[in-house]
Design a protein around this ligand. Structure first.
Ligand SMILES: [Ca+2]
Ligand SMILES: [Ca+2]
Length: 421
């Protein structure tokens, strides 16, 4: 086989090899790994920064402009899903791997409050189930603390609810327990020994009863007291009142695993349609899609509208946070490295290296006169043009990808309506 053919084969295989190397290595270098929930911090000394729940059990606060990590918890578990910054400055975390909700003081990095779904002295599920008339199937789900295939609770969301805003004398946290198909609200104010300590003050759903909820995500308490929740494996978003009555429903057979839904200031809903790799905004009344964001998305978990008019997305399998301009729909920033694009990136890099190698080969062992002579040849210029063009392309890689996607590719690849962008 000719030497050149061997080099060409290596160049073709190199991106694939690099990808295999990159995936484990990026765990050490990437600022974000498998992000789930990403919040813009709205108050306090971290105002404007992002609170990020990384899939590898780290919650961190990042300055989105400098990419500097300003804080991170140092008690990692395998899996965190969701975090909330509390008005007192602590961070509340849905510790999926530990079947717990924990509150961490940012200054001391110590756990200052916790609710443990596995701890009988904090919650007796059998008593709770019997009191609420659960059947044998529901009781057997909550009683099996070590299910053979997976987590006990897989609790996947926590939201702090200020009592004064909801007419209560105490604050609560709204928790989604995915494997129980259950939402609960827990008293967060009462301390150990005080009346009401860790009491479940509200709940919705029955374990195993999929007509109510089926592996839900991201419940939100609305200002009218209703609860908005993604009923993920039923492929719908529902709103229920405090008595558990279904008030509103958005069900579409095109939805695939909805995992986040926010009520926007204009009354529309921002929905993360995870397995369709898209964020949609729908009109709550007509249920029509009015906006759709897709660029670079790879099983996104959560999307929020920020105070400065951006949509920030925790793009779990893309290993990054994608930031869109809300009104134009264009990508304005990507935080982290999206290995979705790595094959393209490394193929181009390999071509550049190959062409540089070629150039070196052409000029090897030539004297000064012959070098000048060789520079007059068209072949040398074409190689230089390729190297310079591709180097510029690599440098502005994400901007080019964003441009190509926003203005072109989706016209051919997408079967969903995209009215506004
Ligand atoms: Ca959150
Ligand atoms: Ca959200």
């Amino acid at each position: 086989m000719k030497k050149r053919t061997i080099i060409k084969i290596i160049i073709a295989i190199l991106p694939i090899i690099l990808n295999f190397i990159l995936i484990p290595v990026q765990f050490n270098f990437s600022p974000i790994i498998g992000p789930t929930d990403v919040d813009e911090i709205r108050y306090g000394k971290f105002k404007g920064d992002y609170l990020i729940s990384d899939g590898v059990g780290v919650v961190k606060i990042m300055d989105p402009y400098t990419r500097q990590i300003l804080w991170k918890n140092n008690c990692p578990h395998f899996f965190f899903h969701d975090a909330d910054l509390l008005p007192n400055g602590d961070v509340l975390i849905a510790d999926t791997g530990g079947d717990k909700i924990i509150e961490i003081n940012i200054t001391t990095n110590k756990v200052v409050w916790e609710w443990d779904a596995k701890n009988n002295s904090q919650v007796n599920w059998t008593d709770f189930g019997l009191k609420n008339g659960w059947d044998h199937n529901a009781l057997s789900i909550v009683q099996n603390k070590n299910p053979p295939n997976g987590y006990y609770t897989h609790l996947n969301a926590v939201e702090f609810i200020n009592g004064s805003q909801s007419g209560k004398k105490y604050d609560t946290v709204l928790v989604s327990i995915r494997n129980f198909d259950l939402l609960i609200e827990i008293n967060h104010s009462a301390k150990i020994g005080e009346p009401g300590y860790l009491n479940i003050t509200w709940h919705y759903g029955i374990p195993g009863n999929h007509s109510l909820l089926f592996h839900q995500h991201s419940p939100k308490r609305l200002s009218n007291g209703h609860t908005l929740v993604c009923d993920s494996e039923n492929n719908r978003v529902i709103e229920i009142d405090k008595n558990g009555k279904l008030i509103w429903e958005y069900r579409d057979k095109k939805l695939r695993w909805v995992r986040d839904c926010d009520l926007l200031p204009n009354g529309n809903l921002l929905i993360t349609d995870s397995n369709n790799n898209r964020i949609i905004e729908i009109n709550k009344t007509t249920k029509e899609i009015v906006k759709c964001f897709t660029f670079g998305l790879f099983t996104p978990f959560d999307a929020d509208l920020t105070s400065d008019g951006k949509i920030i997305v925790g793009n779990t399998f893309g290993d990054d946070i994608i930031v869109y301009d809300y009104s134009s729909g264009l990508v304005v920033d990507i935080i982290g490295f999206n290995y979705l694009f790595a094959p393209i990136f490394f193929t181009i890099l390999a071509v550049i290296i190959y062409q540089i190698g070629n150039l070196i080969y052409v000029f090897k062992n030539l004297n000064e006169k012959s070098i000048i002579k060789r520079f007059r040849k068209r072949e040398v210029y074409s190689k230089l043009v390729i190297i310079i063009t591709l180097t510029i392309f690599i440098y502005f890689f994400y901007y080019f990808m964003a441009y190509i996607w926003n203005y072109g590719i989706w016209h051919f690849t997408e079967s969903f309506p995209r009215p506004s962008i």
